[in-house]
Design a protein around this ligand. Structure first.
Ligand code: ADP
Ligand code: GN1
Ligand code: MG
Length: 378
């Protein structure tokens, strides 16, 4: 058995978790996997006499998700629902949605003797996630899939969903948390980031725009994914088509324009999310257009006129909110997002803010592009 690069906890903990699930054969390998910022993800290989099968083992971040049982109820409910929808459309639910492996207890997750929570998914083979857009077609595919995902979940009983992170995309609440972090300044870092703090304060009037529309009922609350980064979608290696939407921890009622906006934030940035050379950061209008087309294709005409008008605002606010979250985490001592180097959260924040600034320069063009593409649906 080979447990490589397991930086979290003792191997014993992982072995205990693996033992708790209904898995075939014996463990041949277990290694860290993927580039998520939140959970601890491992690729687990199990050998039987004449077969080798891979699984995704995850330790749920309970600092972030404080009700792991509720979270797993959401994922179990949503994946069962999606299985039925996919089957009804003649698709392959084993590849087109996540499949949870049950624990021996019959639950879909396991709490180990040290209080850590674990889950296991079937590994989706012959498909990949990407951290940068390799070619526009990939981005189009991801857009269509995220739009379609929202469409598929339109019939999901919303009342059954718990809020896995309260106020997750409540930008005004995020703003208040940011202000408190600036005021408390527990690590003495606020002095170095005055320019970034000012950047947020100058945009205070934008912060409540989408939440106000949701709260006054002008914009519908839909079942949304809420974390629509490119690396949360698997593309089929053979066909290049989007195959499966993953990372379902944050499915909650929310704004469609935020699902759209978070993808733009991550995928249409010509620089990296943590880019240190800010001259590389800009909004690619070509990718913006590509994503907009794909998302609207996936939504199949279900977005209201107001949602369509607010797509650019969704992109700007998701980028501003995420930058503010990175800055808050930097001020609080890097306790939320996984970091791999000193100052990474600040670099992430600066990249987001540079992208917001570029969106402001391209604001009219963004609106015009959305209007032109939306016109094709009327
Ligand atoms: P995080 O919440 O930390 O972002 P994810 O659920 O997104 O964790 O998983 C991290 C990475 O693991 C993904 O980007 C993807 O590359 C890989 N992954 C997750 N689930 C599967 C799966 N069922 N099959 C294959 N790869 C997966
Ligand atoms: C986190 O889990 P991951 O890496 O897909 C975060 C998102 C941020 C993103 C920034 C639960 O996403 O909200 O937009 O990092 N997820 C959570 O890269 O906070
Ligand atoms: Mg992820």
């Amino acid at each position: 058995m080979n447990f490589t690069e397991l930086a979290v906890g003792p191997c014993r903990q992982i072995q205990e978790a693996i033992q708790a699930f209904l898995l075939p054969g014996t463990v041949s390998e277990c290694c860290r996997y993927g580039n998520g910022h939140i959970n601890d993800t491992f690729c687990l290989t199990m050998d039987t006499e004449n077969n080798r099968q891979r699984f995704i083992l995850q330790r749920i971040n309970t600092h972030v998700f404080q009700d792991p049982k509720g979270l797993m109820r959401n994922i179990s409910g949503v994946t069962q629902f999606l299985r039925r929808e996919i089957l009804a459309k003649g698709g392959d639910p084993d590849r087109e949605t996540l499949t949870l492996i049950p624990a021996k207890s019959g639950d879909c997750c396991y709490c180990d003797s040290a209080g850590f929570w674990w889950r296991i998914y079937r590994f989706i083979e012959d498909a990949s996630t990407y951290d940068v857009v390799r070619r526009p077609e990939d981005f189009y595919q991801s857009a269509r899939a995220f739009g379609h995902f929202q469409r598929l979940l339109a019939g999901y009983p919303v009342a059954e969903l718990m809020e896995t992170i309260p106020d997750f995309h409540n930008t005004p609440v995020r703003f208040q948390t940011f202000l408190q972090a600036v005021q408390k300044d527990p690590c003495g870092r606020a002095g170095q980031v005055q320019e970034e703090i000012r950047f947020v304060l100058e945009r205070e009037c934008d912060i409540p725009v989408i939440m106000d529309l949701l709260n006054n009922g002008r914009m519908p609350r839909r079942v949304t994914h809420n974390d629509t980064k490119l690396n949360n979608i698997m593309l089929d290696d053979a066909t290049g088509k989007a195959l499966c939407v993953i990372d379902l921890d944050t499915i909650m009622p929310g704004a469609s324009v935020f699902d759209y906006g978070d993808s733009i934030r991550f995928g249409a940035n010509t620089g990296e999310e943590d880019e240190q050379d800010l001259s590389k950061v800009s909004l690619s209008l070509e990718l913006f257009k590509t994503y907009t087309k794909g998302f609207l294709d996936g939504c199949e005409g279900s977005l209201t006129d107001l949602e369509l008008t607010m797509l650019p605002m969704g992109a700007k606010l998701m980028t501003l909110e995420c930058g503010m979250r990175f800055l808050t985490d930097y001020l609080q001592g890097d306790t939320y997002f996984r970091t791999h180097r000193e100052g990474q959260n600040l670099d992430r924040c600066r990249s987001q803010f540079a992208l917001v600034a570029d969106m402001e320069k391209k604001w009219d063009q963004m609106h015009q592009m959305v209007a032109d593409i939306a016109a094709a649906f009327h």
